[in-house]
Design a binder for this molecule. Structure first.
Ligand SMILES: NC(=O)c1ccc[n+]([C@@H]2O[C@H](COP(=O)([O-])OP(=O)(O)OC[C@H]3O[C@@H](n4cnc5c(N)ncnc54)[C@H](OP(=O)(O)O)[C@@H]3O)[C@@H](O)[C@H]2O)c1
Ligand SMILES: [Zn+2]
Ligand SMILES: [Zn+2]
Length: 348
């Protein structure tokens, strides 16, 4: 067994605290990765605090994982000891349903296996995430990453990156299209970078007045303060795509009004409470609301390769593991520029 140091939540009320456990020895198809960096996603916080219900404890969060391969099982073909490697939001799926066969494993008909806060496919082994020093994962769910990019900056691509890349690709975002990204946080700043890289005219819609300069530096052509009614009105019925990354409870109405003819709001933010949607806002301009969940294995590798080619990484604040509880408090206050990333050297 592999002795692993971690931070875990023991229940929904407390803070994260040091925790030790053992990872399995690699099976024939497994890759054993020593974790170097792990991003801090708002989904970690939602689940630690049981904001979606059904959380399983003790919980070691973390699904934006990069590290170096220590060893591989006898049947592994794509990795060898010493390679850089990454693990994202899911670590398994049924592998046989139609969606899995199309490498849309995130939509597995039997449900994918989360990297943490989930049971593995045996139904009893608790999956534990990347706020830890080691992980052992089937190679189907392990990705190659470039050695040319900053490793800390690559980590958030595994969730914030793919979760925004996938819907923007699905919507066919390209030059000439008008895209609004709501929320300049972990997901939002990646959505902004991708929409810009795909050639769209991008507008960042934020509830934080202090983020305008950063939004423009990251590629936004326009910046709208969502609390400024006049600014919002100026852009009513303007956009083809609105990518909603907001983590807090909010009303969809002011954002739906931004959509032009056949425009769609692509929802990736997952607040605890259901939003209110006024059907009149949908009727106008034949607007629609769709959701999108991370991305499958093929698209995740495609996104990582795209980032390597275009030199795209997240803007990160690297923190030691011991800072995590303070980082969570800052994340709730939207005070992240623009992703916390844990340096696991702090746990060794
Ligand atoms: N669909 C998926 O597969 C998937 C994957 C990963 C994460 N998620 C979800 O996506 C959401 C965002 O995650 P994240 O890691 O990017 O979080 P984050 O870094 O905390 O960013 C969320 C942003 O939402 C905005 N915001 C916060 N409160 C707001 C309010 N009251 N009204 C309007 N905007 C507000 C803030 O941006 P401004 O300061 O600019 O307003 C904040 O930076 C979370 O709910 C997470 O669980 C979904
Ligand atoms: Zn995430
Ligand atoms: Zn499946």
């Amino acid at each position: 067994m592999i002795a692993t140091n971690a931070y875990a939540a023991i229940n929904s009320k407390g803070s994260l605290a040091p925790y030790s456990f053992e990872r399995r020895e690699p099976r024939p198809c497994d890759v054993h990765v020593e974790i170097l960096f792990c991003g801090v996603c708002h989904s970690d916080l939602h689940q630690v605090r049981d904001e979606w219900g059904g959380s399983i404890y003790p919980m070691v969060p973390g699904h934006e994982i990069v590290g170096r391969v220590v060893r591989v099982g006898s049947a592994v073909t794509r990795f060898k000891a010493g390679d850089l490697a990454a693990v994202g939001v899911i670590v398994d799926s049924c592998r046989t349903c139609n969606n899995c066969k199309m490498h849309l494993e995130q939509y597995c008909e039997e449900g994918p296996t989360g990297t943490y806060n989930a049971y593995e496919r045996d139904g009893k082994t608790l999956a534990q995430g990347g706020y830890s020093t080691h992980i052992v994962t089937d190679e189907r769910f392990v990705y190659h990453i470039s050695d040319k990019l900053s490793l800390a900056g690559v980590a958030p691509l595994l969730c914030a990156g793919i979760t925004t890349y996938s819907p923007l690709r699905f919507a066919g975002v390209t030059s000439g299209m008008r895209v609004a990204v709501i929320g300049l946080g972990g997901l939002g700043h990646m959505g902004l970078k991708f929409a810009h890289a795909f050639g769209a005219e991008v507008t960042l819609v934020s509830s934080s007045p202090g983020k305008e300069a950063d939004a423009r530096r990251l590629g936004a052509h326009n910046f709208l303060l969502s609390t400024n009614k006049d600014q919002m009105k100026k852009f009513s019925s303007y956009f083809d795509v609105v990518l909603n990354t907001v983590s807090a409870n909010h009303d969809y109405a002011p954002y739906l009004k931004l959509l032009g003819m056949n425009g769609r709001m692509m929802v990736v933010g997952l607040p605890a409470e259901e939003p209110r949607v006024d059907p009149f806002d949908l009727l106008k301009n034949r607007r629609s609301v769709t959701g999108s969940m991370i991305g499958g294995t093929t698209e995740t590798q495609e996104m990582l390769d795209f980032c390597a080619e275009k030199n795209i990484v997240a803007d990160v604040e690297v923190i030691p593991m011991q800072y995590i509880n303070e980082a969570y408090e800052r994340m709730v206050r939207s005070d992240v520029r623009y992703r916390f990333v844990i340096d696991l050297a702090s746990l060794k």
